[in-house]
Write a protein that binds this ligand. Structure first.
Ligand SMILES: *Cc1c(COP(=O)(O)O)cnc(C)c1O
Length: 418
């Protein structure tokens, strides 16, 4: 029996397990259906504990961390809650949290690169990112040696720190221009022969990797929560949490009600909030002015089948818009009460929880999972030396030769002909 099959949520046909899109041209997500109905955690390191519900055959032994879930006491009592669980993604050795890039993007990068290995695919992975995704992919590729082309806006290059001394698998191109310029350049390069696109929300390895946050929270707390809080840009993590909850209901041991998704966006750039409620919450200067611009995404997978709209609709969820003041307040509240630094993006989720408590959208006795999507970066930097990955090439988005310059650099760096 196959470990899993991949099915289009619109036409219902099964697809090649590595497809990103429906062959019938449907603009719908494909979803993995695992033959194991009940989840047995494996005695494997990091995220591979949930290998049964990941679309991989083998694992990458080294360097993978996983979510660590624990029951909050201090923040919980500050908010008047009785059953608040923190799903922590990051570095916090005292709690055995060892995600060395300090965000949950590691949960996407490891299964994605493992699948590429299983396909014997020697193409070069192309990732465009404002920072955290790039850091996560450079981490895994520095372990496996798979070649990686990162295209990052120059202003985000400070997020590309690493704990590795050897990052020769990474070719970093910084772009003078904004995030869109980086994305469009990456798109053009990824469509060329010899390169492969990571696929974003359409990639089941990314979604099921992020879905392990929900798996970890539910196995630790013992049942599905009533509510799930997360800060989102694309909303892929929210979709993933919903899909994981559907599988956990199928397992039969954890309850039968889907957790309500509470997805938080940062003002003044909250496109998902705008789409959901028809209010204009996207300033012209976006991503300028955000509490954390990793939460910006111009084209989130909102209306497609299986996307954010469906996830919110079928769970009775909501989208929040959080101001910078609320995020800053919530960040210091969390750090003071729980005793660990968090990523600014994660503070946006804490702020949504604060809003929900104020509005009475959650009850004191409700079981709540708060996804801290990134944390412990300050702690890590006290404990281990990190360094910035230097660019292999700098280009300007306006330069018509930018693409060719990057290709030449890739050829030289990896000794390949493209
Ligand atoms: C990417 C990111 C998010 C948002 O993720 P989605 O893809 O929108 O689910 C939240 N927090 C951190 C720290 C991130 O890096």
């Amino acid at each position: 029996m196959k470990k899993y099959i991949v099915r289009c949520l619109l036409c219902g046909e099964t697809h090649d397990p590595y497809s990103l899109n429906c062959r019938n041209g449907d603009d719908a997500l494909l979803r993995a259906e695992y033959s194991a109905r009940t989840l047995q955690p494996a005695d494997l390191p990091g995220i591979w504990r949930y290998k049964e519900w990941l679309p991989v055959r083998g694992i990458i032994e080294k360097g993978s961390g996983r979510t660590v879930t624990y029951k909050s006491e201090a923040l919980s009592s500050q908010l008047g809650l009785e059953d608040l669980w923190i799903a922590f993604n990051g570095y916090w050795p005292q709690r055995d949290a060892m995600m060395m890039t300090c965000t949950f993007k590691d949960l996407e990068s490891f299964p994605t690169m493992q699948r590429l290995r299983e396909m014997d695919d020697t193409r070069i992975m192309v990732v465009a990112s404002a920072g955290n995704t790039a850091r996560a992919f450079s981490h895994v590729c520095s372990i496996t040696g798979q070649p990686l082309l990162l295209i990052v806006p120059q202003e985000s290059a400070h997020r590309l720190w690493t704990t590795h001394s050897d990052t020769s698998a990474v070719c970093l191109a910084t772009v003078e221009g904004d995030y869109f310029d980086a994305i469009s350049l990456a798109g053009r390069i990824a469509s060329r022969e010899g390169f492969v696109d990571e696929g974003g929300a359409k990639n089941i390895a990314r979604r099921d990797g992020m879905g392990t946050v929900m798996l970890d929270a539910v196995l630790t707390a013992g049942s599905l929560p009533d509510h799930y809080f997360q800060a989102v840009g694309s909303g892929t993590g929210g979709i993933s949490a919903w899909e994981a909850a559907i599988r956990l209901i199928g397992d039969g041991r954890f309850g039968s009600k889907l957790p309500r998704l509470h997805l938080a966006q940062s003002l003044p750039c909250a496109p998902l909030y705008s789409l959901m409620y028809g209010k204009d919450a996207v300033a012209p200067a976006c991503p300028g002015g955000m509490y954390d611009d990793v939460l910006f995404n111009r084209k989130p997978p909102y209306a497609i089948k299986g996307g954010v709209k469906d996830a919110i609709g079928s769970t009775g969820g909501a989208i929040y818009a959080v101001s910078n003041e609320e995020a800053a307040y919530s960040q210091s509240l969390f750090e003071k009460e729980e005793g660990i630094d968090i990523n600014p993006a994660a503070a946006v989720a804490v702020a949504a929880l604060v809003q929900a408590v104020r509005k009475g959208s959650v009850q004191p006795e409700d079981r709540i999972v708060l996804n801290i999507t990134g944390g412990g970066q300050k702690r890590l930097m006290q404990d281990s030396p990190v360094r910035l990955i230097g660019p292999s090439v700098r280009v300007s988005a306006k330069d018509p030769c930018a693409e060719d310059m990057i290709i030449t650099t890739v050829q030289n760096r990896f000794g390949v002909k493209i």
